[in-house]
Design a protein around this ligand. Structure first.
Ligand code: FAD
Ligand code: NAI
Length: 470
């Protein structure tokens, strides 16, 4: 048998794969990473987290100028939208960050195998015309958009688009219909609403943001409605007809009933994402996928085939960049014989709208159900941003902080936040939970004044009924 070409071959250079490759190389392992895209960084850097945040940030500033938030502070401006420049700064951010990964690969001596990889056996893959044998292979191929049956996405025509197409629209649509009230629909719907589009969101379920805490979902819905997004909940899209650059959607009540139509000049399909395994020839390696199309792994990220590992969106768990990154570090450490661990119970989740929406740990519903199994109960503390001095000063009254604890032990089980900087605030609770904190620990930690984070301290005080400012 020929020698191994590499100790580690990572397939896919998204936040899971590129981080795994860099960490493996740092640990002294001879490492390569196969990536078929022209730039490194995967979905996240090329068409996901980074470009969406570039558009969210720019459109937020435009919105503040155009819709009166700045005027409230005594700054009167009439903004003019220069969409080409806005797109340009987005592309610059992507170019710089993806180029940064290429630099890190060189610095750490990770070899980039350019092309899409397919297994030819349990330890060999084909990348272009190169056959590579590796002692360890990490599958980090990520995910792509779930298509809606019968609805053809054509990003170049700008009428029926997925998230990639929605980042690239050359002009502001008059009416954008977003199919799916999840994270992508709300973030990218917000971008185009802020820039002047009428936005309607059609959601199959009776509330937006599945997986989030129930009260947070309701409050978020209220805030987005106030901002002008229209919602059609409990409604399904059964077809989209395109004619002359316009789309007509056919809608039906989710439980069945009479169909109605809705006209739009842009339709964003954002009904979820599916793991990328097509073209990998998993069968040649002796692997299969589960019912959700994911590659199953154990606690250490090992698949059922020795020497093959899987991380990120292609493996079970939330499809989030930071989950993929942490798994990338852990898998490399496990391959190197160390103990790489990711605590999947404490992975924060953030929606980067205005205000932001963030959560970590259990929802109130899940916590109640879990503790009820052993006769336990939860205690909840809440604090409105309206009563937080910094939020008030900044004219950011919407939202609240909610902390959920075990009534018996006081240990924090989850936290949910709607606040302008909720994505930054949630890290504190994640860390506290990682250290096994009680709500009392948070309540008796000195928080700087005036900061939005004081609302976390007050909510923690509220778990015992003792908040000061409410
Ligand atoms: P990916 O980033 O999908 O990377 C996989 C890579 O593998 C791709 O580059 C692909 O080309 C490559 N590949 C696939 N098959 C092969 C093959 N056979 N051979 C070689 N290469 C292959 N998450 C967040 O946490 N925060 C956010 O703000 C956020 N925003 C998002 C916004 C949008 C619009 C989208 C679509 C997603 C967003 N996500 C966000 C999700 C995030 O992008 C993913 O969770 C993350 O990219 C997953 O990382 P990954 O490494 O598993 O896979
Ligand atoms: P999602 O799973 O968040 O939301 C999809 C929504 O579509 C759900 O509410 C679902 O009920 C609804 N839906 C499904 N089928 C439907 C239909 N036929 N008609 C109407 N509604 C329907 O998926 P989304 O928004 O596409 O995002 C995919 C993933 O990408 C997210 O789950 C997340 O993991 C990741 N992401 C993360 C971001 C972040 O962390 N800020 C930003 C963007 C994406």
């Amino acid at each position: 048998m020929a020698e191994y070409d590499f100790d580690v071959l990572v397939i896919g250079a998204g936040p899971g794969g590129y981080v795994a490759a860099i960490r493996a190389a740092q640990l002294g392992l001879k490492t390569a990473c196969a990536e078929g895209r022209e730039t490194l960084g995967g979905t996240c850097l090329n068409v996901g987290c980074i470009p969406s945040k570039a558009m969210l940030h720019a459109s937020e500033l435009y919105d503040h100028a155009a819709n009166g938030t700045m005027a409230k502070l005594g700054i009167k401006v009439t903004p003019e939208l220069d969409l080409d420049t806005m797109h340009g700064q987005r592309r610059d951010a992507v170019k710089q960050l993806t180029g940064g990964i290429e630099f890190l690969f060189k610095k750490n001596k990770v070899e980039w195998l350019k092309g899409y990889a397919a297994f030819t056996s349990g330890d060999t893959v084909q990348v272009g015309d190169r056959t590579v044998r590796a002692k360890n292979i990490v599958i980090a191929t990520g995910s792509s958009v779930t298509p809606l049956p019968g609805v053809a996405i054509d990003n170049d025509a700008h009428v029926v688009v997925d998230s990639t197409g929605a980042l690239e629209l050359p002009k502001v649509p008059e009416h954008m219909v977003v199919i799916g009230g999840g994270v992508i629909g709300l973030e990218l719907g917000s971008v185009w609403r802020r820039l002047g589009a009428k936005v309607t969101c059609v959601e199959f379920l009776d509330q937006i943001l599945p997986g989030f805490d129930g009260e947070i979902r309701k409050e978020a819905n209220k805030i987005f409605k106030k901002q002008g997004i229209e919602f059609k909940l409990s409604t399904k899209v059964t077809g989209v007809a395109v004619d002359g650059g316009k789309a007509t959607l056919t809608l039906e009540p989710a439980q069945g009933g009479d169909a109605t139509t809705l006209d739009a000049d842009c339709v964003l399909v954002s009904i979820g994402r599916k793991p990328n395994t097509d073209g990998l020839a998993l069968d040649k390696a002796g692997l299969t996928v589960n019912q959700r199309g994911q590659v199953e792994i154990d606690h250490d990220f090992r698949t059922s085939v020795p020497g093959i590992w899987a991380i990120g969106d292609v493996a079970p768990g939330p499809m989030l960049a930071h989950k993929a990154e942490d798994e990338g570090i852990a898998v490399a450490e496990n391959i190197a014989g160390q103990t790489g661990i990711v605590n999947h119970d404490i992975i924060p989740s953030v929606v980067y709208t205005w205000p932001e929406i963030a959560g970590v740990g259990l929802t109130e519903e899940a916590a109640k159900a879990k503790l009820a199994e052993t006769g336990g109960e939860v205690k909840v503390g809440k604090f409105p941003m309206m009563a937080n001095s910094r939020a008030k000063t900044n004219h950011e009254p919407d939202g609240f902080v909610k902390i959920i604890s075990d009534a018996k032990t006081d240990r924090v089980l989850g936290a949910w936040i709607i606040a302008v900087p909720a994505g930054t605030m949630i890290a504190q609770v994640a860390q506290a939970m990682e250290f096994g904190a009680t709500s009392e620990d948070i309540a008796y930690t000195c928080h700087a004044h005036p900061t939005h984070s004081e609302a976390i301290k007050e909510a923690a005080m509220g778990v015992r009924g003792k908040a000061i400012h409410i």
